[in-house]
Design a protein around this ligand. Structure first.
Ligand code: 6PG
Length: 478
């Protein structure tokens, strides 16, 4: 029996994707560097579908129908190159190598170009939804050539999550587009989690709500416009009691957030593209600051707070909910705007409505909100920024007074709200008629003759600051 797809790398994500494929009726060839893992999978789950056991990459390749589809699920970075290097000599023109890990999109672009020269397809696919999603239906973001998607898409669409009968999987664009979109998904995921954390801190330190009480608040919030996977599991984590001590679970966990790097990549890429992903950046920095254990201990001794002696009113919880919603919207707006920038830079035809739609199910940032976002980008008149879509312009306008109150209160109480406040600053920065950037330009021109443009005349100018302060036409030097 020849298999329709091979999976190499059977740690939990690879194993779950293989099982998902088999459960959906595909014959799956299995390979792992140590055969014992393959045998373990077969012993535990071998009856879930048709599997072909193989002991070497050669055997894996030989077991596949053509064009061959080989899915690699190993740690991002050098391990992917190593498996690709071993596989390539065994493959034939038209075969498809799939990298389903969280690879950096530049690596994917490099690998795609190298394999294309050999007549092979290299497809980087973003897979979101964690272990559970991989098994029961993830959100899938495939890049690579459109031709490869014709051979691969039907399998991926079948195993993906579905919302309203639609698969949460669609061809994203050439080369690294899939991994790029997954990276931005993760950037939004970071910001989404940070705004939830800020809301929790405000409710705890500002309104005095204990985690168990907050679990109820978040469950309630999950019934409205904030409804999402992350809000749902926030209620679960906050409601969890540590079995050893009987304390709230969140009180026994070290408050230093880890990161594997995708959020950081989003910010680096945002900086390179000139995309103001300030909320996402602040969420990465917030994790970094949380991990500065020694400095935080020293700061407790040395730095004064001088918080205002104010107490919050009854409406505070609802205010925080609205501030959370507005900040979350901004994170999505920033992430999607960055996709537009990347599409220009890399020549991808990114369809934001399809991307928003495939984030509606299976992935970590799945949220009710994405239905409206999908609608906004499916409209004839596509907004140049998510916040300009009428539904969201209105939603933010409604949340704005509460958002301002919450940020002001947080500042007075000394509760850090980096993403709430950075998002508000982004919003105000975007809508402000005149920005102090004019002064920045003046300063740059004075100390470095960097030139400027005028509001009333075309052209590029320089003021002779150290001479008679007259203005001359200049060559644009940005
Ligand atoms: C997903 C997740 C997944 C994972 C990341 C983020 O979409 O399923 O984003 O990819 O959780 O590795 O992890 P860090 O928070 O460690 O960067």
């Amino acid at each position: 029996m020849s298999a329709q797809i091979g999976v190499t790398g059977l740690a939990v994500m690879g194993a779950n994707l293989a099982r998902n494929l088999a459960r959906n009726g595909f014959t799956v060839a299995l390979h792992n560097r140590s055969v014992s893992r393959t045998d373990e999978l077969l012993a535990k789950h071998g009856t879930e579908g048709d599997f072909v056991r193989t002991e070497s990459l050669q055997e894996l390749v030989d077991s596949l129908e053509k064009p061959r589809r080989v899915l690699i699920m190993v740690k991002a970075g050098a391990p992917v190159d190593s498996v690709v290097d071993q596989l390539v000599p065994l493959l034939e023109e038209g075969d498809i190598v799939i990298d389903a890990g969280n690879s950096h999109y530049e690596d994917t672009r490099r690998r795609e170009a190298a394999l294309a020269q050999k007549g092979l397809h290299f497809v980087g696919i973003g897979v979101s939804g964690g272990e559970e999603g991989a098994l029961n239906g993830p959100s899938i973001m495939p890049g690579g050539s459109e031709e490869s998607y014709r051979a691969l898409g039907p399998l991926l669409e079948k195993i993906s999550a579905h919302v309203d009968g639609k698969p949460c999987c669609a061809w994203i664009g050439t080369d690294g587009a899939g991994h790029f979109v997954k990276m931005v998904h993760n950037g939004i995921e970071y910001a989404d989690m940070q705004v939830i954390g800020e809301a929790y801190d405000l409710l705890r330190s500002g309104a005095g709500l204990e985690p168990a009480e907050q679990a109820k608040v978040f469950s309630e919030w999950n019934k409205g416009e904030l409804a999402s996977f992350l809000i749902e599991i926030t209620a679960e984590v906050l409601g969890h009691v540590d079995e050893r001590t009987g304390k709230p679970f969140v009180d026994v966990v070290v408050d230093a957030a880890g990161q594997k790097g995708t959020g950081r990549w989003t910010v680096i890429s945002g900086l390179e593209l000139g995309s103001p992903v300030s909320g996402i950046a602040e969420s990465v920095f917030a994790r970094a600051l949380s991990s500065k254990a020694a400095q935080r201990v020293e700061a407790q001794e040395l730095l004064s707070g001088q918080e205002a002696d104010i107490s919050v009113g009854e409406d505070f919880v609802e205010d925080v909910r609205q501030a959370l919603y507005a900040s979350k919207l901004v994170s999505y707006a920033q992430g999607l705007d960055m996709l537009t920038g990347a599409a220009d830079e890399y020549g991808w035809d990114l369809k934001l409505d399809e991307i928003a739609s495939l984030w509606r199910g299976g992935c970590i940032i799945r949220a009710e909100l994405l239905k409206e976002i999908t609608k906004a980008y499916a409209a004839e008149q596509k907004p140049s920024n998510l916040l300009f879509a009428p539904a969201f312009t209105e939603a933010i306008a409604q949340a704005l007074p509460a958002w301002r109150r919450v940020v002001a209160t947080a500042v007075q109480l000394g509760i850090p709200v980096p993403v709430f406040s950075a998002s508000l600053a982004y919003y105000d920065g975007l809508r402000r008629k005149r920005l102090p950037a004019a002064l920045t330009q003046g300063l740059r021109d004075l100390f470095g003759a960097h030139t400027y443009q005028r509001v009333d005349t075309e052209g590029t100018f320089h003021t002779l600051w150290g001479e008679d302060q007259s203005e001359i036409a200049a060559v644009d030097s940005h």
